[in-house]
Design a protein around this ligand. Sequence first.
Ligand SMILES: Cc1ncc(COP(=O)(O)O)c(C=O)c1O
Length: 505
Amino acid sequence: MNTTPEAIHENRYVLDQMADGFSAFVESYPSFNQTAVLDKWRAAQYQRLDANGQIYLDYTGGGLYSESQLSEHMELLRTSVLGNPHSANPTSLAMTDLVEDTRQYVLRYFNASPDEYIAIFTANASGALKLVGEAYPFAPAGHFILTFDNHNSVNGIREFAKARGAEITYVPLTTPDLRIDRAELDDIQNSVDMDLNNLFAFPAQSNYSGVKHPLDIIEQAHSKGLDVLLDAAAYVPTSRLDLGVVKPEFVAVSFYKMFGYPTGIGALLIRKAVFQKMKRPWFAGGTVNFASVQGNGYYLAPGEAAFEDGTINYLNIPAIKTGLQHLEKVGINTIGKRVHCLTGWLLENLLSLQHSDGKPMVRIYGPSDTQMRGGTVTLNFYGPDERLLDYRRIEELANEEGISLRTGCFCNPGAGEIAEGLTTEDMKAGLKDGPDLSFPHFLKVIEHRGNKSAGAIRISVGLATNFADVYRFMHFAAGFRDKTNMNIGEVTFDIQSCRVIRDGS
Ligand SMILES: Cc1ncc(COP(=O)(O)O)c(C=O)c1O
């Protein structure tokens, strides 16, 4: 930490300004006061943020855990003797009870009746989505319909669909809000043969733009003969998903996105009505009632066991119940309200940033207001010369301030391509360079095709975000006034080994 007199003076100045900023903020967003309990939670359970001087703005990448979640889980491990579940010995039985109790809690949390849904533990949301892709009965003339706005772990399902001869159709987004084009969706869904197996996949909330897509399209898809896969990974950390109200056939989530700890566990909820038609492509330890080598046959176990390959992450599973209980104590609606207020303030302030000549400093990709959107904001900075400021350099500068934001395409190429005006021709020009294509090389290809760019900066707020976090980010953002690439400096990290090339979350 910089403790020079100048730095201390600068800090006091920022704090004074922040106090004024906060008064103006609560005047514009009075409902923020109803979320004051979250400041208490932050002080009691998330002190490490301030102790480490960290401004965490990557909740869509991963949530943060409370200290009590850790201590409760550690206490359970410290005081119990737990063995690999699904055997009849006492330690195994104790573990089986904890796993099954957590499974029931997951269903209860989402208000999913056990008569209607089963919950399968997976490694993450991607694992849940892959289970659907490999077991859904795609067939020639059947359809896999998905929105442009989807995480790559949903896009990847198209490879299963393609291999089995199903038709694949992407539903476009409207610009600039990046919402599903409802008229196109209608037309596309009207073209399916209702007697075949057809699957429609969309995210409840975009991990790219923060858009909350309307959940009434689930029922609409049902009425047109489609099963629905709802990717709820980015939605459930700040919103309630009530499966008593909407009833997609499949729901995928990652628990670390909801409450930070543990990583390595997600869930697939499957509606029992479609469970029978799912065809697992293999069997594994834990998924069979009986398998024979000489008899060359096997019988899958009934229910969720048929989908849980090998030993599940059993010691961590009880921490899922603890995490869900934590969200219940904190209150998901309170989290949603706070996220709404902070996001509104961020959007207003980012959009009002101007260079001295009046040119806007920031472009937001997605809705510029808080209607039907969550706390994920994706943007780029532009110089007074109207050229994009290199977001990789901006990430480096943010790192120096202890600000965790994310840059790249966030594993959501479809939303990014539409947001950034990239065409099919642009993408084909990049892809023709073959499997050695790297992200930096792709950036060069599209720059030559008309000063285009791919990738952006994403900030996202969540359970433990306070006003100081977003205020400090705005202070950082305002520092790019009148800056061009020439005067923010060169990217210094080793670009060839950089994670942006892989692009994640
Ligand atoms: C909307 C969405 N779906 C799926 C995923 C994949 O989650 P995981 O990496 O935990 O498998 C993510 C991750 O960021 C996401 O935001």
